[in-house]
Design a protein around this ligand. Sequence first.
Ligand SMILES: Cc1ncc(COP(=O)(O)O)c(C=O)c1O
Length: 543
Amino acid sequence: MAECYANMGPVGNQGGDMPQLERPPAGTAADPFAALGGNRSDCLSVRDDRLFVEDCDAAGLVERFGSPIFVTSETQLRANVRRFRQAFEGAWPDGPVDVLPAFKANTTLATRHILSDEGAGADVYSPQELTGVLGTGVDPERVSVNGGGKSREHLRDCVGAGVRITVEDVHEIDLVQEVAAELGATARIRFRVKPVVPGLWRRTDFSQLTVPIDLGIQVYKSGIPPEYLVDMGHRVFDMPNVELVGLHLHAGRHHPSLWFWRGLMTHYARLIGELSRAWDGWRPSEIDVGGGMASPRDPHNREFPRSEFIATALGYPFLVALRSLGDRLYHAALSRIVTALTKPPEPETPPTLEAYAATIAGTLRGELHRQGVPTEGVRLQTEPGRALYGDTGVHLARVKVVKRQTQPIPYCWVLTDTTVFFLAGGVLEHNRHPLVVANRAAEAATMSADVVGHSCYADQIVLGARLPAVEAGDVLAILETGAYQESSASNFNALPRPATVLVHGADAEIVKTAESGDDVYARDRVPDRVRTSPRGVRPETGA
Ligand SMILES: Cc1ncc(COP(=O)(O)O)c(C=O)c1O
C-alpha cells in the first residue's frame, strides 16, 4: 500500500487570512500532537502547557461556557473549504469546481452561514436540511438534494427552490415530472449511480468484519443499480419538464487510500462512457464525485486495530482453554491480553487533500477521455463531510473521576462528564479520537486508561488512551469532532445535549445553546388518564 500514501504532508495554511498560531515541534515526548501523525489542525496550538483553539484557551472555554461543549474553529472551517476548492480547481482544468459540503455532518446554522459566505454549495437529505441550508443564502443551483424515498411535497419544494435533485429511485423521475409540470418549471436532475467495482477487493472500513469494498458498495442501499439507468435516461429525455444535467456518485468512506479512489473513478468514468454511448452521445454538464475522503486524522486512528476480528475469533477459544490454568494464571494471562488488545494502533496519515484531488479529478478526466467523453466545460462537484469539518471541531469535557482496580486484572478508567451518545457519529464508525488534556497539554503521558463517558453504558470513548496523570477537574479535549458528532448526539440517560461555541481568533460565542433538563422532556405529553402526582413533602424531614 506504499503508493497510497505518497505526497503526505501536514495540513498547510492555504486559507489566506489564517492567523499565525504557535505550534510545538512534532514528535517530542511532551508533544500532544505527536500521536496525530503528520497532520494536525492549524487551529490548535499549545501555549504554556495549555491547549488553545485559535487564540482561545480551551480549558478557559469550559470555565466560561460549561462542560461538556463542542467547539468549532471558524478560521479552520474557512481555510478547509478554500483549500478544497483550490485543490480540485488545480486538478480539473476543464470547467468550474463546486464544493458541496455534506450538511448532515454539521447542521449548526452558524457553521453553514460561514460556508455559504465562502460560496460553498451543499449536499442535503431531508426536507429540514433543505430548509436549513436555503435559509443561509446558498446558491440553490449548488445544492444537491440526495436520498431515496423523497415525498411529493419534498420534491415540490426542491423544484420550487431550483435545487438539483439527485434521483435515487426509479419511480422518482415520474414524480419529479408531475410536480415540475404542476409548477410550470423545469427540474434539473442527476442520477445517483452505483457502478459495479470488481477490482476493489480490499477490506472496507465500514465493517468491523472482513468485507471487501466491492461487496460493501453493492449491499449499500443508495444509488440506482446500473440495469435501470439506460431506460431511465430515455424516459427523462422524453419528459417536458425534466432535464438530466449530470451524474452523481457517493460510495462512502470505504478506504482512505488513493488506490481506492483510482479504482472508483475508473469504474465511474467507464459507466459514464457506457451511458453516453447508450444515450446517443449525451454528455453530462456536471459530474459529482460525492464525499468519502478521509479527514487528516481519520480513519487510520480507528478504535480497534485491523486485527480485531481475527483476535476475537481466535482469541475466544484460546481464552476458554486458558481457564484450565486456574484463577491466578488465568487472570495474569487476561491482563496481558487486555493490554495488547487495547494498545493504541499506530496512527497512519491519510493522503493530503491535494493528493486526493489530483487522483480523483485526474483519474476521472483521463478515463472519460479514453471513453470518448469530452470534459471541456464540465462542472466537477465534490461533497466532503469528514474531510472538511472533522478538524474544525473539538469536544471539551471535564474529568469526573479517575477509577482504578488492581485485582483480578489491573485496569484504569477516566470517567468524564460527556458520553459517546454525544459523539455517536464517530462511535458508529469506530473513530479513535485523538485526545489532549487541555490544561496539561505539554505533559508527557504516564498512564494508560479507558476514557469513558458517564452514561450507564460501557460508554467507551477512547480505549487504552495514553495520558498524563489526570485528576478530577482536568479538561479533556477530544479532537476531530467537527463532523457527525454534534449532529448525531442523542439524549440517552436523559442527558441534555451540550452547547456549541464558535471560536474566531480570541472571540468565542455560543452558536447552539445547551439543552436544559426541561428541554429533554419538552416533547413529552402525559395523558391525564395515566398522570400520577409528584410525591409531596415528606413530613418527617420537612424536605
Ligand atoms: C450523498 C453524500 N455525500 C457526501 C457525504 C459525505 O461523506 P464523508 O463524510 O464520508 O465525506 C455523504 C455521507 O454519508 C453522503 O451520503
